[in-house]
Each structure stands twice: as C-alpha cells, then as structure tokens.
Design a protein around this ligand. Structure first.
Ligand SMILES: [Zn+2]
Length: 447
C-alpha cells in the first residue's frame, strides 16, 4: 500500500512518449515518490540493462559490486536517503525484487560502464605490456550552446540529442524536483535515478546544462566521488557557472568524462567544461557557440584518451565539421527552430549529401553498414539518436524546454523489420523496442 502522506504533490503523467513527473519534499520522500510512481518502469529499465550489459561488458553483478565497493562509501546522506526512498516506494507499489544496491548500481551505470570498466581493461592491457587500443567506449550525442552574435536574439539557445542502443533508450522521464533544500531543478532521466544521465538539466537559478561524452577516455580515479553524485549536487546547489564547475571538479572520479555545455540565462554567458580525470579545460564566452559531438579538444585532456583525432572519416570528427559548417551558415540566425532542425540534420560532410548514418548529427547507426566501431557497435547496430531537447533564454527561467521523443528527424524505427535484415541482433529480441517519433512538446515546470 502506498503511504499517501508521503505522496503529497507528486505525480507522473504520460505525454507524447515522455513521463512528466514532479517530486517534492525531503530526500526520503522524493525517492519514495519516484519509486512509487515509476516502479514498473524502474523494473523494466534494470531488466533491460541486465540483458544489455551481459552482452556488452559484464554481468549486472559487476555493476552491483562497483556500487558496493566504489559508490556507496561516497554517496552523501541525502542522496543515500533518496535512493533508499526509491526502494521503499517500489516495494509499496508491489515491486520488491530490486534492493538498494540495485538502485545504486542503476545510478552508477555510467560511472561503471563508461569509465570503471575501461579503466580495469586498460590496466590489464598495460600489465600484459600491450597498448590500449583506440576508442573503446559507448555512447554519443550531438549538442550545442550558443549566445551573442551567433543567435537571433543575442541570448542563449541550447540543444541536445542522445544516442544509445535503442533497447535501453528509456530516458523518457522529465522530472521536476522541488527539494526542501537547494534549488528547484528539472531534468531528463531514467526512472529510478537521482541525476540525468543523458544529460539535460535546468535549475531555478537560471542555469542550463547538457553534455556529450568524450570518446576513448580510459582514465579513472576509483576513490573519487562518482559522476552521478557530482552532477546531481551541481544542479541542485549551483547558482553560477563557477559554482557548478567547482562541484563537478571537486573529488572528480573521472566517471563518464564529458564535454559539459553550460549556460547562465541571466548573464547570457556560456561555458564548456571539458572534464577528464586528471586534466580539464574551460572555455567561456558571451558571444559565440560551443558544440559537442564526442571529441575532446584540449591537448592535455586528449592524453587521457585513445582516439583517431586526425581521421576525417571518423564519425565524431565528421559531426564536428558539420556543426561548424552549420554555425557558419546560420551565424546570427540560431534560434529554437534552427535547433530542432539541426538535431535532425542528415548531411554527411564526407560525401556532401543527405545520408542518415553514424556520421550525421541525427544518428542512424541502424542504417549504417559500418556500424560505429568507435563504440564497438557492429554494422547496422540497433542504435542512434532517440530524442531531442531544446531550451533558450526565455524558457530557462521558468523551467521550460522543448522535448521530442523519438528520432529528431521524425523517422520511426521498427525492430521486427530490422531483425529480418539483421538477424545477428536476435539476442535483443526478449527486450528490444521500437522507437516511435512523437511531436515536439513544450514542457514547463512553471517556476
Ligand atoms: Zn534522423
């Protein structure tokens, strides 16, 4: 039975492929509301991850062990309470097969898969006297933030699409958090998580945050504070770009190393924090743009990666060129409509034609016979972009954003059809899913 007194003000409603959720109160109650309202969805996500990680990295027990050994000692009291609340809420909603360690493992998913796993692998290769092979990492996204003379109104526009294997693409919760302590914030997330993961955040101090993952990062600092904790603390507490950056860099474990794109809607200043494990670089401006497409830019950060920076045919490098080409063409005209079109862009700069593939801003790896070797995705791998989010200076202060569930270009992906051509992905059958495109939808927390 749900404890109604702990559910005050909370809700979760389905809207155009998304779940629009609101949680409020003390940490234990916020977690309880998350677990109670999204119990079947949390169970489904963990079930998907169990199958996916077994075929890709290691079994779920590896993720649970990392949660116990690395993350639980570093989770602060309020977040530990929130995650315990998630377990309680799920139990009261009738789902009792996941425990606290599962919830921490779910939250530590990116720290473990993108970073800890490759760190262990790199150490093992070095022990054997072998080189770290290039670019072994999953993920990908296309993103930008622009301001000043780059945009139509001289203020901020931010946009992001997320690429993942379709079978685990369930980051369809847009959650508005009103915690007793700290800022109010809105984020795109998995059900049952306490941070974004994809990432897209707004807070009521006027900050907007997104990122793209740095490809090929093999460094990690197991004793540090996990990424999911730092990302959550930063959005809940920061009132400035400096404060946000400080939190991300403090006791950094290097987990899920990203090019973070951050905007302050009050000052119209934008920032990139390129955050490796041991090195970082910051760029800031009130007049220009920053793009993200999984390529580290700073020479020192690059020393922590293994990546073909000079290969123009590499998908990430090609998307970098396309972003810069688009911003040259659209100088002074960047707005929300441009952002929506750009996230759906299919121009392959290598051939100068529209061919949806691994190389285009809207990712269609499923249509690409090469797959995405950078991320160990085979030919026509069932993965690519599955969402789009855009925000701007006039939306950020009220906690509003445009969100698109499904491929930003509006194409639908059907797994059964795909499987007929590519039976090698039959292992996904039990939990594979279609990606259906919905219309762009304006969400507002109405702060
Ligand atoms: Zn597309």
């Amino acid at each position: 039975m749900l404890q109604k007194s702990r559910m005050q003000g909370a809700y979760a409603t389905a809207v155009n492929g998304w779940i629009r959720a609101h949680f409020e109160g003390a940490p234990l109650d916020i977690g309880y509301q998350n677990g109670a309202l999204l119990a079947p969805q949390i169970q489904a996500v963990v079930e998907r991850l169990r199958l996916y990680v077994r075929h890709t990295w290691d079994d779920w027990e590896f993720f649970r062990k990392a949660a116990r050994d690395l993350y639980m000692p570093k989770v602060p009291g309020d977040l530990a309470e929130e995650m315990r609340g998630i377990v309680e809420g799920m139990r009261d909603a009738g789902v009792s097969d996941l425990d606290y360690v599962d919830v921490v493992a779910l939250n530590g998913y990116f720290d473990t898969s993108y970073s800890y796993y490759y760190y262990l692998k790199a150490n093992e290769l070095r022990r054997l006297g072998e080189d770290v092979p290039p670019m072994e990492e999953h993920g990908g996204c296309s993103a930008f933030v622009a301001t000043g003379s780059a945009t139509r109104d001289g203020r901020i526009v931010m946009a992001h699409n997320t690429w993942f294997p379709y079978m685990i693409s369930r980051w369809n919760v847009i959650a508005d958090y009103a915690p007793d302590a700290g800022r109010r914030f809105l984020m795109q997330c998995y059900p049952g998580t306490v941070y974004s993961g994809t990432d897209f955040y707004l807070n009521d101090a006027g900050l907007a945050v997104t990122e793209t993952t740095i490809t090929g990062m093999f460094t990690f600092h197991p004793e540090g504070t996990p990424y999911f904790v730092r990302a959550r603390q930063a959005i809940q507490n920061a009132e400035s770009l400096d404060a946000w950056s400080q939190t991300m860099r403090t006791d950094n474990n290097g987990g899920y190393a990203n090019d973070w794109l951050v905007a302050d809607s009050r000052s119209s200043e934008i920032m990139t924090l390129e955050l490796g494990t041991h090195h970082h670089q910051t760029w800031r401006t009130r007049d220009g743009f920053f793009v993200g497409c999984n390529v580290a830019q700073d020479p020192e950060v690059r020393t922590e990666t293994s990546f073909a920076y000079d290969d123009p045919n590499n998908a990430c490098n090609a998307r970098h060129r396309r972003w810069h080409e688009l911003f040259r063409q659209e100088q002074g005209r960047v707005d929300v409509d441009f952002a929506k079109r750009a996230l759906a862009d299919h121009l392959d700069v290598r051939v100068g034609r529209e061919i949806p593939s691994r190389t285009t801003l809207c990712g269609h790896v499923d249509a690409d016979p090469t797959g995405l070797p950078e991320w160990e995705w085979g030919g026509n791998y069932p993965g690519g972009s599955f969402d789009g989010i855009v925000t701007a200076s006039d939306l950020i202060p009220e906690g509003a954003l445009w969100a698109h569930w499904g491929k930003p270009c509006g194409a639908n992906y059907n797994f059964a059809e795909h499987l007929r051509e590519h039976p090698e992905y039959a292992w996904q059958v039990p939990l594979a899913q279609d990606i259906t495109a919905y219309p762009w939808t304006l969400f507002s927390a109405g702060w």
